[in-house]
Design a protein around this ligand. Sequence first.
Ligand code: AMP
Ligand code: ZN
Length: 437
Amino acid sequence: MEIPFWDKSIETIDRSELEKLQLAGLKRQVENALKTTFYKNKLLKEGIIGGSSIKSLDDLRRLPFTTKSDLREAYPFGLMSVNKEDVVRIHASSGTTGTPTIIYQTQKDVSMAADTMARSLVAAGCTKNDICQNMMTYGLFTGGMCFHYGAERLGMTVIPTSSGNTIRQIKFMHDFGTTVTHATPSYLLHLHQAIEESEYDRNDFKWRLAVTGAEPHSEELRCKIQDKLGIEVYNCYGMSELNGPGVAFECIFRKGMHIWEDRYIIEIIDPVTLEPVPEGEVGELVVTILHRDAMPLLRYRTRDLTRIIPEPCACGRTHRRLARFTGRSDDMLIINGVNVFPSQIEEVLLKVNGVGANYLIVVEKQGDLDKLTVQTEVTPEMFTDDTRPLNALKERLKAEMSALITINPVIELKESGSMPVSEGKAKRVDDRRPKDF
Ligand code: AMP
Ligand code: ZN
């Protein structure tokens, strides 16, 4: 069997050579970090005065961890390590409003990210002959443009349909002979259902492969999608902080995602002790980015839980594989691919008059998509014969929340005192989605 490569020499590089590249990259990133207001003092305090302070990869552990709240603290320019004129693009994490977590890229960074993405797509067997429909949202979210640039770099024909408008998605897939799609796994199931109900016959489509990511999903779900849709489904991991999709990607063997170690240094740590876990055990993924000039990110705590698959892969790539993600070490919810923190919902509830003391966030499956319901008590005077204030409150909460978290919740208002009061720590989230991994 012929194994496809984008850059075989790098993808199959000897590990000792790879480590040399990582060390050079780490020195460069430390130099960059010292140019930022955010890292400068933190590094100087540790006695790190330049790239030369990093003698070996073990020195990584002298560097501070970086968290999502650090990124917010550094907003808007605290992590910029180049002149503002050299930045050509800014992106933000999905669902973030208020103080967003953003990234900046130079022209070279955009190009490097596209190259990483193209490498990933080739690993999965995509070629320049593919017609690729990108159903991820375009805009601040990296799943749109960053994927797009990579697919174009490979030479695919890219149709930037963005998310939603399923009828049009199906029409384009049919009329242009789309072979590859990029969407969340839940949207794929929804799309399948819509094709079944449409005027089109599945046999008239050329669809052969789907790239999925942006939300955790199980191997069982992958198999279900593959069986139902008759296509190959590849898992793709990424996040806006790390330039979007394509950080780790499955090769044609689909047994875990190769993480591109010439571009990222990874650690798997115990989220409580912050110490590394033995190789092969589950922990939180920590990533240091090596190929971005405009914005260094040292030991970034992704909060995503996974483990390294230590065995070599049959494809011959020497970059290690990450197992399917099993959850997060924080309370972030991913709802139809969009990141939502319960605190964002609480923020709205707390500022709107008429909202009572107790609330519960319910996430469940409705068909193949996620449904978010916010149940909240209202103040005693709200429950009268006149339903207009209640309806107005509902509309206001809905509008404020969808503005803040970019998805539309269902709002259920409850009479004051009608929701159970927990004795210990209040249970604010009831995630009823099946968890089979
Ligand atoms: P964003 O920054 O909006 O792209 O969201 C990134 C987050 O989405 C990651 O930190 C993960 O929690 C989640 N995510 C992305 N890709 C995957 C994947 N393939 N499997 C599980 N979770 C994923
Ligand atoms: Zn492989």
